[in-house]
Ligand binder design. Structure first.
Ligand code: PHE
Length: 348
């Protein structure tokens, strides 16, 4: 019978074609072509109506069996194809657990941070608390209350970075040029006894060279109480210098001028490289300059609400990069903030 033959041919050819397919789009196309509403089977079944009524049940049954068979074949082909696809995917993602790992690069503290911590620890042992002040500061604290009058050259725009539009009751806003404003802020907030250090960033609008940077770090020290003298300052600095640079370190004062101290001094330490004999580091003098210091000016005490007839105090300010340069033998201050990983790694 013609229709039966046609059904058999459809079954045979469809199965053969199915066996060659494995991608999902092609399989779907096969399903539409063979089993779809306008597919080969449906088309063939239209011929059923032309058969004699007695033949229809048999042919109908045959057609139904063909349809079920093809549906089952399609289902199993689909499962096979997706299993193959999954296997291929897993093969592509295979992890070789025997490969050696990649070690994460370990960071380290910046040399200035290391020195800052050492300085803080040395002063903590002497009863000094470490405090911080703002880097964006008012003229009032950075200069005026520190006895630096409005026409003083230190205020010159050459030295200070002013903040545009930053004018208020306390004068102009600027990046602090020193950590000394933290002295004033501390005294305004606390009556003596005061023992603090104030490490932090400072900024000066200057040309840079091997020993000058526009941004650098200072550590301020302040001690205010009854009967405080320069001898206490020298003793304190000697203890700290010895903690940082070794037990042979000595401190000396030379006359120096800072508007907020009287008397004022430049602090020198014996050269830790040559022990005072003279070498390249200390330029053959045997001494290394550490910073400025002095007795807090009575006007500054009074400006900050502390009675200069009752209390006295000393203050100092040193550059932390300078300490780090001396300790680690660094010859150019600009290296600290170039962010050259080859430089920074040496401190790991
Ligand atoms: N603030 C001074 C400077 O930056 C240093 C200093 C601090 C001097 C405290 C005396 C007392 O140069």
């Amino acid at each position: 019978m013609e229709l039966i033959e046609r059904l058999e041919r459809i079954e045979r050819e469809s199965r053969a074609r199915l066996a060659t397919l494995d991608d999902p789009a092609a399989l779907e196309q096969w399903r539409l072509d063979v089993l779809g509403r306008k597919g080969h089977l449906a088309e063939a079944m239209k011929g059923l109506a032309t058969l004699p009524a007695s033949d229809r049940p048999m042919v109908g049954e045959r057609a139904n069996a063909a349809k079920l068979g093809l549906e089952a074949a399609f289902g199993s082909r689909l499962r096979e194809a997706s299993a193959t696809a999954r296997a291929r995917e897993l093969e592509g993602e295979r992890i070789d657990v025997t490969l050696p790992g990649r070690a994460p690069t370990k960071g380290s503290l910046h040399p200035v941070t290391m020195i800052r911590r050492e300085v803080e620890q040395a002063f903590a042992r002497l009863g000094f608390t470490s405090v911080e002040g703002p880097e964006v500061e008012w003229d009032h604290y950075n200069f005026t209350l520190l006895n630096i009058p409005p026409d003083h050259p230190a205020r010159d725009t050459q030295d200070s970075f002013y903040i545009q539009g930053g004018t208020g009751e306390l004068g102009e806003m600027l990046l602090r040029t020193q950590t000394s404003p933290v002295q004033v802020r501390t005294m305004l907030a606390h009556q003596p006894p005061i023992r603090i250090i104030a490490p932090g960033r400072t900024y000066r609008n200057e040309a840079t060279d091997a020993s000058h940077e526009a941004m650098f770090t200072q550590v301020e020290g302040l001690c205010v109480d009854k009967g405080v003298t320069l001898a206490d300052l020298r003793g304190t600095l000697t203890v700290v210098a010895r903690a940082l640079f070794g037990p042979q370190s000595e401190i000396r004062f030379r006359c120096g001028y800072f508007p907020f101290v009287e008397p004022g001094a430049e602090i020198d330490m014996t050269c830790h490289m040559c022990n005072g004999d003279g070498c390249r580091v200390c330029k053959r003098t045997g001494w290394i300059e550490l910073g400025g210091a002095g007795m807090v000016h009575p006007k500054v005490l009074a400006n900050a609400g502390i009675d200069p007839d009752v209390y006295s105090g000393w203050a100092f300010g040193c550059g932390l990069e300078r300490f780090a340069m001396l300790r680690y033998g660094i010859e150019d201050i600009r290296l600290f903030y170039d962010n050259d990983i080859r430089f920074l790694r040496q401190f790991a």
